[in-house]
Write a protein that binds this ligand. Sequence first.
Ligand SMILES: Cc1cc2nc3c(=O)[nH]c(=O)nc-3n(C[C@H](O)[C@H](O)[C@H](O)COP(=O)(O)OP(=O)(O)OC[C@H]3O[C@@H](n4cnc5c(N)ncnc54)[C@H](O)[C@@H]3O)c2cc1C
Length: 497
Amino acid sequence: MSSQSGAQGPTRRELLRAAAAGSLALFTADSASGSDRRPSAPRSALPPLEGVLDVIIIGGGLAGLTAARDLPIAGNDSFVVLEAQDRVGGRTLNHELRDGYVSEAGGQWIGPGHTAIADLARQLHIDTFKSRYDGKAVNRMGDGYFEADADGGVDVDESLVAKFDALAEEVPSEKPWTVPRAEELDRMSVADWLEKNGGTPIDRLTWQFSSILTNGTPMTNLSLLYYLSMINFAGGFVPLNGQKDGAQETRFVGGSQLLSIRIAEALADRVRLATPVQRISGWDGPVTEVHTPAGVYRAKQVILALSPPLCQRIEFSPVLPKARAELQRRWPAHGPMAKTAMVYDSPFWFDDGYNGQIASVDGPLIWSFDNSPPDERFGVINAFMRAAMMPSDHDAAMRLVASVYAETWGDDRYLEPLEFHAHDWGQDPYSITCVSPMPPGLLTSGLMPALTEPVGSLLWAGTETAEIWNGYMDGAVRSGHKAALLALHRLASAGAV
Ligand SMILES: Cc1cc2nc3c(=O)[nH]c(=O)nc-3n(C[C@H](O)[C@H](O)[C@H](O)COP(=O)(O)OP(=O)(O)OC[C@H]3O[C@@H](n4cnc5c(N)ncnc54)[C@H](O)[C@@H]3O)c2cc1C
């Protein structure tokens, strides 16, 4: 990583003063807790369907909707999707920008190996384009600035990464708790490994960023076994963390939420919005009852396309087996992050030799990056922010983010955004968290088989259950396909289809 004393400019105090004095342009009226134009799918809670369905799918995110799309393709029309919110997409959500463009508030990138979601997008006629990352990035630590030009890769000590990648080859992501050294590797945090293997302060910084960005937690809290399993499915530390040939390479034209919107439009009133599931009863019998404020739905199979902490909010009768209940209770759901989008009249940072990226170990900003539309008709910088340090007031949040940009790049133009959007995922009651920051010890606690093991009529889906790319949109799609196949198989075995 090259280093030099960085961008000079006004102090944060001066910038905040200027911002408060009103030099900021007008922006859209979204609240800090989110901007989301509703998809053109059914909006209100409809009365329940009569009779006993073959399948109820709970959750209209990528996992649930992929499962729902597969059922009629396989000839089964006896199903419904129950979605709590009045929109589909779950952890994918588009901020609507000017001229019909969008910027993603949630999941946005795919990369090599994300073949399931890439395939789904092709089937839905949704194009992709590459993110732009040419130019210098700025790394911030307190008052220090370091500039680096990694050209979409990750600037790391290659021998250290080679050692880490070699260890990851021992840890396939499917059932990592079964590998021979599982307990030893799960006892350690990523920080412990680095400590033992002689990482320099710069290495520690790179690993720390990686841990916070991929898992929303510092590396002292992240299980080494879990992180190695991620490195394994990505094919290495650099492809997991990088943009060029990496997991952060490619975006969808129209934004990632468009996949869910297209599927929901095709399924029409099979997708019931604003229908939160509160209780599930009789899952140990032939007909399961799914209770919502709009009434009770009945089915032979139920796919829960939800993260374990969201399942934990549903009441089950009879109560779930001990291991499943315990897993839901202990599942880490604390990756507190907000994601913002700041719109400018052009992506002028590229003209100045910067790529829009700031990575910061402290302060409110975690990582910013260019998120301009493919034709760059205006410029967008998105950022992951430390939610606890973001003001809840929309204007104050905008001024804070703008001041960090202006201060870092020493340029007052950043104080004049055209639009600002923010979404705090920790405050989103139907997401709770972006990712699952697995702490040391949980993978080898003996509870993990309960993540996917069906319980009576209940089948578990959602990205967390995927064998590869769990935590990612690709994992969500894979889990949806698998759950649909399993539901069809169980119906067929019972002679129901
Ligand atoms: C800020 C952020 C950035 C990310 N970046 C990336 C990225 O760049 N690339 C990538 O691949 N992934 C990324 N991800 C992760 C990715 O978005 C998720 O892995 C994926 O969208 C999860 O899909 P899912 O269907 O499994 O779950 P969800 O999207 O969480 O879907 C669950 C659905 O269930 C609904 N629901 C919840 N409770 C109930 C209930 N009781 N009754 C009925 N419905 C209910 C929810 O409203 C939601 O629609 C990111 C996520 C976030 C938040």
